[in-house]
Design a protein around this ligand. Sequence first.
Ligand SMILES: Cc1ncc(COP(=O)(O)O)c(C=O)c1O
Length: 377
Amino acid sequence: MKKHYLLTPGPTPIPPEVALKEALPILHHRTGEFAAIYKDVAEGLKYVFQTKNEVYTVAGSGTATMEIAVVNLLSAGDEIIVAGCGNFGDRWAKIAQSYGVKVISASAPWGNVVKPAEIEKALKENPNVKAVYTTFTETSTGVVNDIKAIGDIVSKTNAVLVVDTISGLVGQEFRTDEWKVDVAVSGSQKGFMLAPGLAFITLSEKAWKLAETSKLPKFYFDIKKYKKSYATNETPFTPPVTLIVSLQESIRLIKERGIENLWNDYKLLAKAARAGMKALGLELYGEVPCEVVTSAQVPEAIGGKIVKTLREKYGVSIAGGQGDLKGKIIRFAHMGYIGKADLLVGFACLEMVLTELGLNVEKGKAVAAAETELLRG
Ligand SMILES: Cc1ncc(COP(=O)(O)O)c(C=O)c1O
């Protein structure tokens, strides 16, 4: 029998209170009982996104709402700016191009962060741009972009700002309205402490105006359908009822702790994780590390084996690198229901695995370094 520790940047473990809600009998979705839950969830989502605007819940993974943010704002031949810095930033360009949208790049190399000045320059050079698409926390590399600075720039133009907060929401300070973000999208399996399967999207008035002109094809992903149903506390199609019932519980837990306290909790975990990596002799990866996942460089000779050995021998799942970073970095998550004790278990096992794979690691040093940060508070 193996005990599992899920320390990957999504999916993440879920609290027992949330898991138990998934075991309740299925409700019918066209009932007052479900509508009351949906209404409560919809209000809670506004708090989590820090917005006064409606937040729609969609059946699908986070990428579903990324696609919604493309097909509902644009028409074929439109120009957009994509400012990415990793695998998920690149996804914006792939979705847009698959619909015949022209992509102007203001992206940074993987590992770096997006430069707001590059976006400003691209907007000046391309005054017809309809929207700027970017990423909050770029999970593939572990960096965070300065969305507030980008919001200040984009809000002065006719373009709307669309931000992927799929891994960063709840885990790191994010303020949709205050930072002048027009469209924010997210998913259930990370900061929300839920199973995968739900995606969320919110739109500002400016974004709704653009949506009025959009001609790209859509049916299931037509955001107007979601808006119409929202008015009667419903979803246009059969929702994953179980997930929405458990989302109500996860939002309750988020509210109980307070989102600002949660931001501080993960900030502390991030500090401890960075200290742990350094104590292992591993160099951190990424220009501005985010607070939901810590990436560190590993020797390529053992890169591929670390994640596999940790999982198979100790039941601890972390993530490796994606794309060109495969085998070159490891990614240790501290988001959602991952807590202090999980972090210490993860580092203790990582010390053992690195030792087994031939690295000269002083046993206990990473755990001690992480503990020191955690105790500092
Ligand atoms: C920043 C970011 N964007 C997009 C995605 C894709 O989300 P999903 O796999 O839920 O479609 C992920 C998933 O890891 C992510 O971390």
